[in-house]
Design a protein around this ligand. Sequence first.
Ligand code: TYM
Length: 341
Amino acid sequence: MTRVFSGVKPTGHLTLGNYLGAMRRWADVDQHKADALFCIVDLHALTVDHDPARVRRLSRQGATLLLASGLDPELCTVFVQSHVDEHARLSYLLECVATDGEMRRMIQYKEKAAREQARGGSVRLSLLTYPVLMAADILAYGADEVPVGDDQTQHVELARDLAVRFNQRYGHTFVVPRATHPAVATRVMNLQEPLSKMGKSDDSGPGIVYLLDEPDVVRKKVLRAVTDSGREVAYDREAQPGVANLLEILAACTGGNPSDLSGVYETYGSLKKDTAEAVVEVLRPVQERHKELCADPGYVEGVLRDGAERARAMARPTVDAAYRAIGLLPAVTDIAVSAGR
Ligand code: TYM
């Protein structure tokens, strides 16, 4: 039985990158595997400057979009990270296994810390330790597979390293997980800056397609995508990153292959037009279902309540085992005390 865990953090409105790189496959493939869990990882949203009301709003919206994208609570567990204490409990133990040097080597930490500093802001300690919390998210559930976009590969590698190290030092406790990726669109790039990832927390709105963008907004963004100085439509990530990005998006939306598709188009204009329509069509059912779910907030709340309960029951035994393995004295419960008297 393969157990799957993945998550998305509520730091901004969810994007086409989140959808093609992760969420769509969670619904199409991963939720059908045994005991799959999908999580709004809200604690991770506190690692950078944040507005509390916005994080709450985006968490609710993110959960609604997970369901709108096809996750079925009858098949999988959908929940909010902060509703399950086991994540934070385990994170501390893993901090005692991880090293400072390991944390400072994380690419996302280096990039985000540099960005914060350039803005004149301070870097929160939690930004440095974030990958350990992510490892705790995964290891608490004994996940075998972690379906993510390419940008999370290094973090999943760290989770593997920590699992192996903990098991070697303290006895077998954790399943060693591995990252899985979609066949195409593992890294959807910003339409205005095709050398940068399309990230939800970036400021460059025109280069980011949000899942809830109106069709005309999507069309405008795709039609204005930065292409390259050449004329030929070729699939070459190095030489033509803008065109390659459009071909990958089109391939991911239509089920095609970016190389094959490059032969179909003679102009950038026709490629952009078809890509825009393909994205609009992929987002249409998600947006329709999102609208229906927004009309029934009680349903979403119920899913999250049940999800947290199921998730707690799954994580608790592993995290308790890790506490014992690492050398912490088990708490004696009132029942055990009175039974012993
Ligand atoms: P986050 O919230 O940045 O992204 C959620 C998922 O979307 C993928 N993704 C992309 N894929 C392709 N192209 C893009 N432009 C793009 N942008 C985002 C991400 O790879 C991810 O799969 N640290 C994680 C959240 C997390 C997590 C976890 C994931 C916390 N704990 C445990 C898996 C397991 C993150 O920041 O994802």
